[in-house]
Write a protein that binds this ligand. Structure first.
Ligand SMILES: O=P(O)(O)OC[C@H]1O[C@H](OP(=O)(O)OP(=O)(O)O)[C@H](O)[C@@H]1O
Ligand SMILES: Nc1ncnc2[nH]cnc12
Length: 251
């Protein structure tokens, strides 16, 4: 028996499919998992359409510029890069973790939200003066995309746009990037921080102060509910900057 998937029509519904995992892959990281979107064809269709429309709108705003290459970042950027390239009539070029690309390459070492890595690009994949759009699933601290920007400029080309499905706005990755930044969805990390604060408040509570006990246990319950899968909805309702779709240009 096959279960029908819910029909997804707008990007707000797509956002609700993204699952959040505290302390993965390491403590303190709130991991945003995009793969549930890929289990629902209408959600994937909606997301890809948004991505393509946003890139086309950008190109038009810049005086109908021609984007020559879409650079996708290893590995989740590869889920979006080729489709975007096809729709923009551009070539697709991968930036890969070190040791995966044959021929002459250039490398760049960088730091990301949970560790350090080396990125690599084939030296002849992008030509001097070409206009490049970099696409990735997620912008966190900006280390990964900044490495890609560096590789593209080493080859004499120009990054005209960095495009992301998700931006973790509190991590301020955009401050590290040079080219304009567009993201489809934005998440704040404040709920995770709120949970940590609540945990420490529970330890500090004065036993006979019933009023603050009630308030703090209410807050604890709310955070508990949010952790049990309601995080995204709560973020919509609670914070204006987290509403999507989200289009921002770097200042
Ligand atoms: O902004 P940053 O702090 O640099 O983090 C963002 C990067 O981290 C993740 O990639 P990861 O290296 O985990 O690779 P994956 O796509 O292969 O899972 C994500 O897909 C971005 O590329
Ligand atoms: N918090 C996060 N969730 C998913 N992917 C990530 N890559 C870097 N930080 C991430």
């Amino acid at each position: 028996m096959s279960l029908e998937k819910e029909e997804i029509r707008d990007i707000e519904q797509v956002k609700e499919l993204i699952k959040s995992y505290p302390d993965f892959p390491s403590e303190g990281v709130l991991f945003r998992d995009i793969f549930p979107i890929f289990q629902n064809p209408s959600a994937l269709d909606c997301l890809l359409n948004n991505l393509v429309e946003q890139a086309l709108e950008f190109a038009k705003k810049q005086g109908s510029i021609k984007i020559d290459a879409v650079v996708g970042l290893d590995a989740r950027g590869f889920l979006f890069g080729p489709t975007l390239a096809l729709k923009l009539q551009a070539k697709f070029v991968p930036v890969r973790k070190v040791g995966k690309l044959p021929g002459q390459t250039i490398k760049f070492t960088y730091v990301k939200e949970y560790g350090q890595d080396v990125m690599e690009i084939q030296a002849d994949a992008i030509l001097k003066d070409e206009k490049v759009l970099i696409v990735d699933d997620l912008l966190a601290t900006g280390g990964t995309c900044s490495a890609a920007e560096n590789l593209v400029s080493q080859l004499g080309a120009t990054v005209v746009l960095n495009q992301f499905v998700i931006e973790l706005s509190d991590l301020k990755g955009r401050d590290l990037l040079t080219a304009p930044i567009y993201s489809i969805l934005s998440f704040g990390a404040w709920i995770h921080h709120l949970k940590k604060v609540t945990e420490s408040l529970r330890f500090r509570i004065v036993r006979d102060d019933t009023e603050s006990q009630t308030a703090i246990s209410g807050l604890g319950r709310r955070v508990g509910q949010l952790d049990a899968g309601q995080t995204e909805n709560a973020e919509y309702q609670g914070t204006k900057p987290d509403q999507s779709p989200h289009v921002r240009l770097a200042s």
